[in-house]
Design a protein around this ligand. Structure first.
Ligand code: NAP
Length: 255
C-alpha cells in the first residue's frame, strides 16, 4: 500500500543539528515515521532525545563541533555512529550557520566558517556515510538542506549564498555518482522559516515586512511545514528520485 512506502520502521537516521530549529522538526518527523534517530550537534540536546524516545524510538545525541572537526574526525564520527546505532539509512545534512555583513567588508572568518560547515562538512559527512551504506550494500538516503539562496543572490550573505548554491551542485554531483549504489541524494530548499537562523532578519522590521510581503502563502514557514518533504525523501516512496532540489517555500520562487 502506498502509505507503507513512506514508513521508516527499523531505519536509522542521522540528523546534524537535529536538536533545535528545522533540524528538530526533521528528527521528530523521521521518528514519527518509524526511524531511530542520531542527533549530532554541539549541545547534546537531551530534550530532543527524550522527545524521540517518547515516540517509542531509540535516540542518541552525539556531541560534536562539526566546524572544528577535521575530515578524518568526521569519518571516525560516522563510523562511531554506525557502530552505536548498528546501521545508517538516512543522513540529513541540516547543521548550518549564516553570517550577515556587506560583501565589501566581509571578513575572511565569516567566509571560511560558513563555507566549511555548510558545504565542506556536508561533503565529508556524505562521503563517510556513503562508504558505510555502500559497504552494507543496501543503499540509503542523503538529504541536504539547501535554501532560496541556492537559486538567488540574497542580501549581505555572500558566503551563505555561495555555500547553499554549492549545496545544489553537490547534491546533483553526488546523485549522479551514487544513484547506481542505491543511494538517493536530494535536497530540500526551505523558504523563510522562523528559527534562530532568521532571528536577526525578523528583528529588522523593514526587512521582515519586505520578506513577508513577498511570500505568496502570506506567512513564514514553521518546522512542521518541512516534515512531509523530509519523510518522503527519506523513505522508499522516493526511491527513483535523485538529485532533486525540492523548494518548500510558500511559493517564494514563483514570484
Ligand atoms: P538554527 O536554528 O540556527 O540551528 C542550527 C543548527 O545547526 C543547530 O542545531 C546547531 O546545533 C547546528 N550547528 C551549528 N553549528 C554547528 C557546529 N559547528 N557543529 C554541529 N552543529 C552545529 O538554524 P535552522 O534555521 O534550524 O537551519 C537549519 C538548516 O536549514 C541550516 O542549514 C540552514 O542554513 C537551513 N535553512 C534555514 C532557513 C530558515 O529560514 N530558518 C531557510 C533555508 C535554509 P547547536 O544547537 O549545538 O548549536
Amino acid at each position: 500500500m502506498i502509505l507503507d512506502a513512506f514508513r521508516l520502521d527499523g531505519k536509522v537516521a542521522v540528523v546534524t543539528g537535529g536538536g533545535r530549529g528545522l533540524g528538530l522538526g526533521f528528527s521528530l518527523a523521521l521518528a514519527q515515521a518509524g526511524a531511530d534517530v542520531v542527533i549530532v550537534d554541539r549541545t547534546g540536546s537531551p530534550e530532543a532525545v527524550e522527545a524521540i524516545e517518547a515516540l517509542g524510538r531509540r535516540a542518541w545525541a552525539i556531541q560534536a563541533d562539526l566546524l572544528a572537526a577535521t575530515p578524518e574526525q568526521v569519518r571516525e564520527l560516522v563510523e562511531e555512529i554506525a557502530r552505536t546505532a548498528g546501521r545508517i539509512d538516512v543522513l540529513v545534512n541540516n547543521a548550518g550557520i549564516i553570517r550577515r555583513e556587506p560583501a565589501i567588508d566581509f571578513t575572511s572568518e565569516n567566509w571560511a566558517e560558513v563555507i566549511d560547515l555548510n558545504l565542506s562538512k556536508v561533503f565529508y559527512l556524505s562521503q563517510a556515510v556513503a562508504r558505510v551504506m555502500a559497504a552494507r550494500g543496501e543503499g540509503g538516503k542523503i538529504i541536504n538542506i539547501a535554501s532560496m539562496l541556492s537559486f538567488q543572490g540574497g542580501k549581505i550573505v555572500p558566503s551563505y549564498t555561495a555555500s547553499k548554491s554549492g549545496i545544489a551542485g553537490l547534491t546533483r554531483a553526488l546523485a549522479s555518482e551514487w544513484s547506481g549504489l542505491g543511494i538517493n541524494v536530494n535536497a530540500i530548499a526551505p523558504g523563510y522559516f522562523a528559527t534562530d537562523n532568521t532571528a536577526q532578519l525578523r528583528a529588522d522590521d523593514t526587512r521582515s515586512a519586505e520578506i513577508l510581503a513577498r511570500i505568496p502563502a502570506g506567512r513564514w514557514g514553521t518546522p512542521a511545514d518541512l516534515q512531509g518533504a523530509a519523510v518522503f525523501l527519506a523513505s522508499p516512496a522516493s526511491d527513483y528520485v535523485h538529485g532533486s532540489i525540492l523548494p518548500v517555500d510558500g511559493g517564494w520562487l514563483t514570484r
